[in-house]
Design a protein around this ligand. Sequence first.
Ligand SMILES: [Zn+2]
Length: 137
Amino acid sequence: MTRRKHRKSFACGHRGLGQTCQACRQATQRQQQAVHPQRLQQQQKQRWRDSFKDDPIDLTGLPKHIVRQARQVLQKLDQGIHYKHLQDIRWHGDRSVVRIPLGRNYRLLCHISGQALQPYAVLSHEAYNKYARGTRR
Ligand SMILES: [Zn+2]
């Protein structure tokens, strides 16, 4: 004697096997998995804000593309890659300081300590000029 499974009618109007409606269960799951675009944007913003905590120097308030460029340079310096043209970018006002251009308008300032470059600030072109004028001997 075989018992055949009968499709039931659920309160929602769907028909199917089991205790609850599979079609509705799947629809609910899809809804929960669907990411709201607004939420995604907030998460991306939060991730971007959090990413500054990992930087060795303060990069907040800089344009995004400068932040990315600065991080690439910082990573290279961290890996001990000797910066090319060190002579060209050595600051004439203070020989222990190196400025690495970031884009056209920003400079990453580093102290030279032995063979290593110790980054300490990113300045805009204007801020850098002001800073350079104030400290130049
Ligand atoms: Zn249903």
